[in-house]
Design a protein around this ligand. Sequence first.
Ligand code: ACM
Ligand code: ZN
Length: 513
Amino acid sequence: MNVIPLPNVFQSLPGSFHVHKDTTINFSGELKATADLLCDFLAESIGSRPKRSNYSSINLTLDFSLEEEQYQLFVDRNSVHLSARTNRGAFYGLQTLKQLATVKDGRLFIDCCIIDDRPRFSYRGFMLDVARHFFPKEEIFRLIDLIAFHKFNVFHLHLTDDQGWRIESEAYPRLTEIGGKRKATYSRRLKGYAGPHQGYYTKADLKEIVAYARSRHIEIIPEIDMPGHMNAFIAAYPDASCLNKEIDVLSDFGISDITLCPGNKEVYQMLSRVILELIDIFDGPYFHLGGDEVPKKHWKKCPRCQKAIKDFHLKNEKELATHFLNYFAEFLRAHNKTPIFWNDGISEKTSPGAVVQHWKYFTRKKTVKEINRGRRAVLSDYFYLYLDLPYALTPLKKTYQFEPLGKKIKNTANVLGIEAPLWTEWVPDRSKIDFQIFPRLAAVAEIAWTEKENKSYDDFIERLKNLYSHYRKMNVGFAEDKENQPNLFARAWGALSWFQDEDCELRKKKRRR
Ligand code: ACM
Ligand code: ZN
């Protein structure tokens, strides 16, 4: 079965169905959206769109006995039957069909098979950091199509960070005028600075992105990372930090100790207005508030922060961080959104409705405790799912073998699913995106979709060959087998260079302070 992620129930049959210029299609009116996409795909391959006719060899039918994301596919030499309860389910059937199709001399063949398929996890996510490097909306559209092809249903956009603010705000135009630009960009490749960098999405861009994603059954989750990772915001509005001093949007990477001041009432008002501007654009249930990596050095000396700790009867700066994040968690919940935080922003006192996104190495125990206490979670374990890591540290096989539900997780229903982030400090362009994410994203897709007992790495590797041919046809780059599964020497060398780079930049940063 040449399909990734592997369908959960299937049987391969001999032979194939041949689509030609006279092939017609029949579909339930409710599935028109998917039928249109299927016709687009067939037209691309055979040069003309199939017409709709009552007596057709290709049929899309509604079946109310199926689950929302489920589809059933039956292909024999004479016909194709795809059934689903919703366009979403039918859409996943279409993605499977695409992988079963081969085009030869303008003729299209679909392998015969019987499939009954639905996903293991309901949350199948990919994250792109558009703050460290900005990517125009066309690149976002391309990635939406590619993750949809792998049956993902969440695209998390990390929209703000120390190195850039990427969303238009009517209330606070300096966020993009000042915060959307940086003077230079540190580059590991150059061991020095590349030029300035800028860019942001207008409200109209964001609406277009959301609509494009929706038509492919993908939810865009926006992230405004706070109260750390906020130097671009502070560069635009210096009063927002404890220091009240002018700073630049960062040209270097790493954790900045300058954060928002959680003792400043105006900061709460400003961020509430910014969030309010975005709530209506993103139509899904989730909204990400970051919360990761918050140095509290300046809070200790800030009179406003210390006053807030007293006024709200908090124990310390850590509780002040929770107080700050809970304010926005409740704000979002009042607007019918579910907040998500990175796990280092979560404590026992964090709003119970907030979802934890686990990423940080060596802190899984705490996350598991939260899950077992009743908190819902998305897992993004650093050494397995961070797609910015070099293949030397995280080879394809390591990603593939990641099992989200370790024995310690009792409350498995609280694990919504998994998400693979791509942070872009060292990812300046499309070809580097492709190299970092493919084929690891195919492995992530299979973890998220295919039941654990149906997975097999050796079989996955065999099926990858077909996926590679689709990547080539779509002009998508990927790390070749030698690169995605480096030998021991290359792994040791690559890992060493990576740690050396990290360490070297850390020391350089300390010297600058
Ligand atoms: C993170 O990687 N700082 C969430
Ligand atoms: Zn302060």
